[in-house]
Design a binder for this molecule. Structure first.
Ligand SMILES: *Cc1c(COP(=O)(O)O)cnc(C)c1O
Length: 408
């Protein structure tokens, strides 16, 4: 209440209870200082007069316009996210997928071409297929390890190149420097889904990437209880384009959800470091297991693109995958996952609880880029998310489930 601009008061005081109930004259002392952001809920933004309302859009005297577009709470979250990732601007969307969709709809139109990595987050692939089927956009998928070879795929109508690092499920780290260089040479925009690093361990704007997308649902929320996404950028014109599309599509987020994410951001670097330490310990233990043929953790040499991780990242996080030996059937691998007591079965990650999910990658890669050339005995893949439990318990759980279910 304290920083609300009240409308100019009528000369007479209200005489009747219903009016007082709606428009009480409160006297709240200013100067309440705390570490938390105020949660400003609001649809109507109150202007002091009509001139101020009408001036909106051209040299407005007040920044605020409508609760859907921004509130001090959402603005605080945008600025906080931009500072963490090294961006100038952030826009909030109701989910990570909505942020991905926003990038497509803001920047791509009928007749344009988009390049998407073959290991992209599944719903991004489905979104691209929808645009190709119903909106006249050409969407093509590239081998995530293509590097400078992407230059050969760029056409005169290519508008946007998506990257994801690491890619979903199979965890390849692309050579983003080479892809960005090829894109810039042809004036093509680049966007990265940077959810895995939470914008902390990979700095997309230092690499010349135009747009970063975050699923705030993951580490920024940290509580497995909020759905939200962000589109971050540094170029003012690009930001304005995406912001305008967001306004036209009517996207907004709740101040309460913003508050929950704001509450978690101060602990995010410490949580990430704990996930990193624990995940590397579990991953290294898994490299010793006879049931496992590959540990796809970006900080370990088996992971395709591990050298790019070393070049470009300052840390790793809690999510990685393992490839089990081909001698185990899908049913055995399912039984292994179901035998785990401490790893829950479910999508999404970024909270305190560990998770496990089996993937049959062969059917996810219509381009045939799986398994990589030279890999032997490539069986089913299991994606693990290492939460904040004690690794001694997690390792004992994995050992128990392997020894009871993965019998040759
Ligand atoms: C979870 C996730 C998303 C989508 O986030 P939602 O908020 O669940 O829509 C997008 N990209 C990646 C890499 C993700 O892991």
């Amino acid at each position: 209440m304290s920083d609300r601009q009240p409308p100019e008061q009528p000369a007479s005081q209200p005489a009747y209870l219903a009016t007082v109930a709606v428009q009480p004259e409160l006297d709240i002392a200013p100067g309440f200082a705390s570490f938390s952001q105020a949660t400003h809920r609001g649809s109507t933004v109150v202007f002091r007069n009509l001139a101020e309302l009408r001036a909106h859009g051209d040299g407005a005297t007040t920044y605020w316009r409508y609760g859907l577009h921004a509130t001090p709470t959402s603005e605080a979250l945008c600025q906080h996210l931009a500072l963490i990732e090294g961006a100038r601007h952030a826009l909030l969307l109701p989910s990570g997928l909505a942020a991905i969709s926003q990038v497509y709809f803001a920047l791509v139109k009928s007749g344009d071409d988009v390049l998407v990595p073959d290991n992209v987050y599944g719903p991004n692939r489905e979104h691209g297929e929808w645009l190709a089927r119903d909106f006249g956009v050409s969407v093509r998928y590239y081998d995530p390890m293509i590097g400078a070879g992407i230059a050969g795929l760029i056409r005169s109508n290519t508008r946007l190149i998506w990257m994801e690092s690491p890619g979903s499920v199979t965890m390849e780290i692309p050579d983003t420097e080479a892809i960005v260089a090829a894109a810039k040479a042809r004036g093509v925009l680049t966007a990265i889904d940077n959810t895995w690093s939470a914008g902390v361990y990979f700095r997309p704007f230092d690499k010349g990437i135009d747009i970063s997308v975050q699923a705030l649902t993951k580490y920024q929320s940290g509580g497995s209880d909020v759905l939200m996404g962000a589109v971050l950028s540094t170029d003012d014109k690009l930001h304005d384009r995406i912001k305008r599309a967001r306004m036209l599509m009517g996207w907004g987020v709740s101040a309460d959800d913003c508050y929950l994410v704001l509450r978690s951001l101060p602990s995010m670097p410490v949580r990430l470091a704990a996930h990193d330490r624990a995940a590397r310990e579990v991953a290294e233990w898994l490299t010793q297991r006879p049931e496992v043929v590959k540990v796809l953790h970006p900080a370990l040499p088996d992971c395709p693109g591990h050298d790019f991780w070393r070049r470009d990242f300052s840390g790793a996080t809690g999510l990685f995958s393992i490839v089990l030996h081909a001698r185990y059937t899908r049913a055995q691998v399912d039984a292994f996952v179901e035998a785990l007591r401490l790893f829950a079965i479910g999508w999404s990650w970024g909270g305190a609880h560990s998770l496990a999910l089996p993937y049959h990658v062969q059917t996810m890669r219509p381009q045939g880029s799986w398994p990589p050339v030279g890999w032997e005995n490539t069986g089913e893949l299991v994606r693990l998310y290492i939460g904040l439990e004690d690794t001694r318990d997690l390792i004992a759980d994995l050992r128990g489930a392997m020894e009871s279910q993965l019998v040759a």
